[in-house]
Design a protein around this ligand. Structure first.
Ligand code: NDP
Length: 284
C-alpha cells in the first residue's frame, strides 16, 4: 500500500518538496499556516487539510519544513504523533535535534532529523545532498520518499544531532569561502578589474581548493602537523599582506584582521614551522 505523505510548511523550500513528491505520483497532503500557499499544490493533485491534527492522523510520513524548531513545536503542540514517521527538514542545531528527538519519541513517533544542503531550485537531482540521522526505523520508512527530493542521501546513524552538525559544518566551510571570495572581489574591484573573471578563475581551480581542504582534514585526523609545504609562518604572512593592501586601497579590513589574529595566535603558540592543520590546536 502506498505511503501517505504529509508536508508541513510550504515556504520556498517546503513548496518544492511537496511539488516534487506530488509530480512523482506520491500521495501527498500539504499543510501551511497561510492556506493560500497550498493552491499551486492542490492544482497539481496534492490534498490540503486545514486541521493539522487530522492531517497528521491521516498520513504515515510527516515531512516538516518550517522556519525552525520553535515553529515546529508550535504547529505540532497537542497533536498526536503516535506511530508516525517524522522527518524534520527545518534547519537547526544538533541540540535542537536531540531535544526534538527525545520529545517526539516520547510522544510515540519515529524521529529522523534531516538537513538539506541545497537551494529550492537545486532540489530533486542525483547530486542534491540531504543529511539524515536518528531513528533507523524512520530512515527505512522514509528513504524512498526522500530519494525523490535528493539523490545524495547520507544517513549518519542513530545520533539525532549528526545531520545538523554536518549541515552547519558544511555551511561554515561554504560561507567561509564565500566571505573570502567577497573580500577578494573588493580587492579586484579596487584595482579596477572585473569581479566576474575572479569568479571564473576560482571555479576553475575549485578541485585544487577542495583537495587542500581534504588534505587538511586528513592531517587533523592523523595529528599530522610537521613537514609543511607552506608553513604557518608563510600562510600568516598572506594576511599581513591583505591587511596592508586593505590600508593602501582603503578597503574594509575586518576579514583580514580576523584571520591575521587567528594566525598570530598560532604563531604565538609556537606552530610557525608547522602545517596549517596546526591552527586546529589553537582553535581547540
Ligand atoms: P520560508 O521563509 O520561505 O518559509 C517558512 C515557512 O515556515 C512557511 O511555511 C511559514 O508559514 C512557516 N512558519 C514560520 N513560522 C511559523 C510559525 N510560527 N507557525 C507556523 N508556521 C510558521 O523558508 P524556507 O522554505 O526557505 O525555509 C524553511 C526551512 O528550510 C528553514 O529551516 C531553512 O533553513 C531550511 N532550508 C532552506 C533552504 C533555502 O535555500 N530556502 C535551504 C536549506 C534548508 P507561512 O507561509 O504561513 O508564513
Amino acid at each position: 500500500q502506498q505511503q501517505r505523505i504529509l508536508t508541513i510548511g510550504l515556504g520556498a523550500m517546503g513548496a518544492v518538496l511537496a511539488r516534487l513528491l506530488t509530480e512523482k505520483g506520491e500521495k501527498v497532503t500539504v499543510w501551511n499556516r497561510s492556506e493560500a500557499k497550498a493552491k499551486p499544490l492542490t492544482a497539481i493533485g496534492a490534498t490540503y487539510t486545514a486541521d493539522i491534527a487530522k492531517a497528521v492522523a491521516e498520513n504515515d510520513i510527516i515531512l516538516i519544513c518550517l522556519l525552525d524548531y520553535v515553529a515546529t513545536e508550535q504547529v505540532l503542540a497537542g497533536v498526536s504523533l503516535e506511530g508516525k514517521t517524522i522527518v524534520q527538514l527545518s534547519t537547526g542545531t544538533p541540540q535542537d535535534a536531540r531535544l526534538m528527538a527525545a520529545a517526539f519519541s516520547a510522544r510515540g513517533a519515529w524521529y529522523l532529523d534531516g538537513a538539506i544542503l541545497a537551494t529550492p531550485s537545486q532540489m530533486g537531482t542525483e547530486q542534491t545532498p540531504i543529511f539524515l540521522s536518528g531513528s533507523p526505523q524512520a530512515w527505512a520508512g522514509a528513504e524512498a520518499a526522500l530519494r525523490i527530493l535528493g539523490g545524495t542521501l547520507i544517513y549518519l546513524g542513530e545520533a539525532p544531532g549528526a545531520a545538523s552538525a554536518w549541515d552547519i559544518a558544511a555551511l561554515s566551510s561554504m560561507f567561509g569561502m564565500m566571505i573570502g571570495f567577497l573580500n577578494g572581489a573588493r580587492i579586484i574591484e579596487s584595482e579596477g578589474m572585473r569581479v566576474t573573471d575572479l569568479g571564473t578563475m576560482i571555479r576553475d581551480i575549485a578541485p585544487v581548493l577542495g583537495q587542500m581542504i581534504k588534505d587538511t582534514g586528513d592531517d587533523i585526523e592523523q595529528k599530522k602537523y610537521d613537514s609543511p609545504q607552506s608553513s604557518l609562518d608563510i600562510c600568516a604572512g598572506t594576511f599581513d599582506l591583505i591587511v596592508r593592501l586593505s590600508a593602501e586601497n582603503k578597503l574594509d579590513d575586518g576579514f583580514a584582521t580576523f584571520a591575521q589574529r587567528l594566525f598570530r595566535k598560532g604563531l604565538d603558540a609556537g606552530y610557525g614551522q608547522e602545517r596549517i592543520s596546526a591552527l586546529m590546536k589553537t582553535l581547540r
